[in-house]
Design a protein around this ligand. Structure first.
Ligand code: AMP
Length: 221
């Protein structure tokens, strides 16, 4: 199965995609995570992407699309994946369609995580990420057992530079400008389902799993 999670920064796409991947045995592909890894290891891609990411803007389409093409060609993506952070605009939607068409596959389900602005700000300003494995925590909602250390790998936790208030505003503006056309596109192909993502993570996950199972059953008919 190939699933896209859409939603504003702070909707919980990363948390949901990680948990959903475990539940459905799919590969979680986050373009933001791959870009951050490239920035921290100082690759050419990371050097080109850094300034866009720091300002809250989008990294140029061709860079991200090439990166995604390589990632979905890896063996672990063959059995299906969950995309988190891609596509971000209509040109990425088209690039993704082309990529999948060449592989005789398609997107099966698109889930839009509808989230109110107050929840977004509250989630992003408290978000902590593990520098080592990328696991996500929250100062209040999901605090680590040990202060600023990852529960999974004991790596150091940090606040993403783009989770600062000023950058959050820019990211939300960029998001709002592009999301409408994505929703329209996937609604027209009857793949889009909306879920309220303001609720607690476990409740949202169960709703997504339910939709994925329904879709999976309909693919078998
Ligand atoms: P995210 O982790 O999805 O919030 O992404 C963090 C940042 O990485 C974004 O603000 C963008 O600068 C960049 N980024 C991630 N995915 C994409 C994408 N599909 N297209 C362009 N830029 C992206």
């Amino acid at each position: 199965m190939r699933i896209i999670l859409l939603g504003p920064p702070g909707a919980g796409k990363g948390t949901q995609a990680t948990n959903l991947a475990k539940r459905l045995n799919l590969t979680h592909i986050s373009t933001g995570d791959i870009l951050r890894q490239n920035v921290s290891s100082g690759t050419d891609l990371g050097k080109q992407a850094k300034s866009y990411m720091d300002s809250g803007g989008l990294v140029p389409d061709d860079l991200v699309t090439q990166m995604l093409k390589r990632r979905i060609s890896e063996p672990d993506a063959k059995g299906g994946f969950i995309l988190d952070g891609y596509p971000r605009n209509i040109s990425q939607v088209k690039a993704l369609d082309e990529m999948l068409e060449k592989r005789n596959t398609n997107i099966d389900l698109v889930i839009y995580l509808d989230t109110s602005e107050s929840v977004i700000i509250q989630r992003l300003s408290g978000r902590l990420v593990c520098r080592n494995c990328g696991a996500i925590f929250h100062r209040k909602n999901m605090p680590p057992k040990n202060d600023m250390l990852c529960d999974t790998c004991c790596g150091n936790l940090y606040q993403r530079t783009d989770d600062k208030e000023e950058t959050i505003k820019t990211r939300l503006e960029v998001y709002k400008k592009e999301v409408f056309s994505l929703i329209q596109y996937y609604e027209a192909s009857r793949k889009l389902h909306r879920i309220s993502a303001d609720e607690e993570a476990g409740i949202v996950l169960n709703k997504i799993v339910h939709l994925a199972e329904e879709r999976n059953d309909s693919l078998k008919v």
